[in-house]
Design a protein around this ligand. Structure first.
Ligand code: CU
Length: 480
């Protein structure tokens, strides 16, 4: 009771103070500064100025191959070279001038949707950027909070699934309460052709992504990004603040720290504060700010409490707390080994292969092909096959497609990379290899050839099978 009363009084005092302070603030911007961006798990220092300014953010998109796990490579698409992308820290009322650069070596166009933006697409509408280009746009940060940003280029799920997300903190005008340490942790789910732990370079798997069945669920982009030498660090008695985000693309996180209770959670990264929380839900494309004091030494384990993800798919981090024992709070021996993963192997339960109906007539092929096309190809080539200018070539009335049926089969079988010319336009991008059966490819191509004014060819599973068995996987390229 007393406590509540005191809180109320403090609240009223703060309210009065804030509105007074708000009035005295002009809407003008004083000067300009370049934002300091940090890679995870680091966070830029708190903002100390008490006026609005113009903040210049330079962010470069880099497509690069890195470890997703020991011995396993993955080609990530990143904002600034890391997954999650660089942490951006601004102050409520600032004007942000954003420069998004797409590195010339990149293959894909990219853009950015910042949830902190008030305006079309969160900036995506003004930031579509081809490789070797820079887009500039500006926005005023009207609302304080912790916001996700992500790429919103089609297919959006694939860009996010390849690691294109990060956090932007808009500090309230009066700042956040002081703590001893701040860290940046962001969860994401990843879809690879091979199962968890399979060595070598693993391509993105669109089908698993559509089924929402990730092979990896990770904090900060790789297995072990926050364990061992990479563990977060703290000392007994310190107050810790974690800026936690969830990039998805699919899963919701049940964020929990084993052996701690969150003293405070700013729910969904907004103003509302909850207290004494064990597990906080972080939606895909959402965030939370969690705070706690570390009272005893030992290793705290950071998990998604949807726990198979933690022990079999990688969502396990550590916060190592050093200092002297506090036997009155916790008496027992604390060991790092207790919660280590049980081992990577995912058990496979053999439920028997599912029988897919076989297309008997051309109508069947068209219908099955349409369904698959809309589920897989339409994300890039669009449901009516018109493509996206400068990014995804058209399939409708495509001279490239209609000139060579065998090449089209190879394209869908093996993917396609390099410069091609379609209806007079040059495309130099990457179509991923998709994991489809002979039957599926035959149906899809029969549908594509039978639609939108194309040549009308029928493609049989046997033709796909024989193309698959051919040694040459490189599809015939057109001369320049
Ligand atoms: Cu992108």
């Amino acid at each position: 009771m007393t406590n509540q009363f005191v809180n109320l009084k403090v609240g009223i005092f703060l309210l009065l103070g804030m509105s007074f302070w708000g009035c005295s603030q002009s809407n003008e911007f004083k000067g300009e500064e370049k934002a300091t961006l940090t890679s995870p798990p680091n966070v830029p220092l708190p903002i100390t100025r008490n006026y609005n300014t113009k903040v210049i953010v330079d962010l470069e998109v880099v497509e690069k191959t890195k470890n997703i796990s020991e011995g396993v490579d993955y080609t990530f698409w990143t904002f600034g070279g890391s997954v999650p992308g660089r942490f951006i820290r601004v102050r409520e009322g600032d004007l942000v001038e954003f420069h998004l650069s797409n590195h010339p070596d990149n293959k894909m166009p990219h853009n950015i949707d910042l949830h902190a933006v008030t305006g079309p697409g969160g900036g995506a509408a003004s930031s579509m950027t081809a490789p070797g280009h820079t887009s500039t746009f500006s926005f005023k940060v009207l609302n304080p909070g912790l916001y996700v940003y992500h790429c919103a280029t089609a297919p959006v799920g694939m860009h996010i699934g390849n690691g294109m997300y990060g956090l932007i903190l808009v500090e309230p005008k009066n700042g956040l309460p002081k703590v001893d340490r701040e860290y940046y942790v962001m969860q994401g789910d990843f879809y690879t052709k091979g199962p968890y732990g399979q060595r070598g370079h693993q391509p993105f798997d669109m089908e698993k992504a559509l089924k929402e069945q990730p092979d990896y669920v990770l904090f900060n982009g790789s297995v072990g990004a926050l364990t061992g030498d990479n563990a977060l660090k703290a000392k007994v008695g310190e107050r810790i603040r974690l800026f936690v985000g969830n990039g998805g693309p699919n899963l919701v996180s049940s964020f929990h720290v084993i052996g701690e209770i969150f003293d405070k959670v700013r729910i969904e990264g907004g103003d509302q504060e909850n207290h004494n929380v064990q597990t906080t839900l972080i939606p895909a494309g959402g965030s939370a700010i969690v705070e706690f004091k570390v009272e005893v030494p030992g290793t705290l384990i950071i998990v998604d409490h949807s726990i198979f993800r933690t022990f079999n798919k990688g969502s396990l981090g550590m916060l190592k707390v050093e200092g002297s024992e506090q036997k009155d709070i916790y008496s027992g021996k604390i060991s790092d080994s207790v919660y280590l993963p049980e081992g990577g192997a995912i058990q496979t339960v053999n439920g028997g292969a599912v029988k897919v109906p076989v297309a008997k007539t051309k109508e069947d092929k068209m219908a099955f092909g349409k369904q698959k096309f809309e589920a897989i190809c339409a994300a890039c080539h669009q449901p009516t096959g018109v493509g996206v200018p400068h990014a995804f070539p058209p399939l409708a009335k495509s001279d490239f497609l209609n000139a060579d049926k065998k090449r089209a089969i190879h394209t869908v079988l093996n993917g396609l990379q390099g410069s091609i010319n379609v209806n007079g336009e040059t495309y130099n991008s990457v179509m991923p290899k998709l994991d489809l059966t002979d039957e599926e490819i035959a149906n899809i191509l029969t549908y594509v050839y039978g639609s939108w004014g194309n040549a009308g060819y029928s493609v049989s599973p046997e033709e796909v099978k024989s193309a698959r068995s051919e040694k040459s996987t490189a599809p015939a390229q057109q001369g320049h």
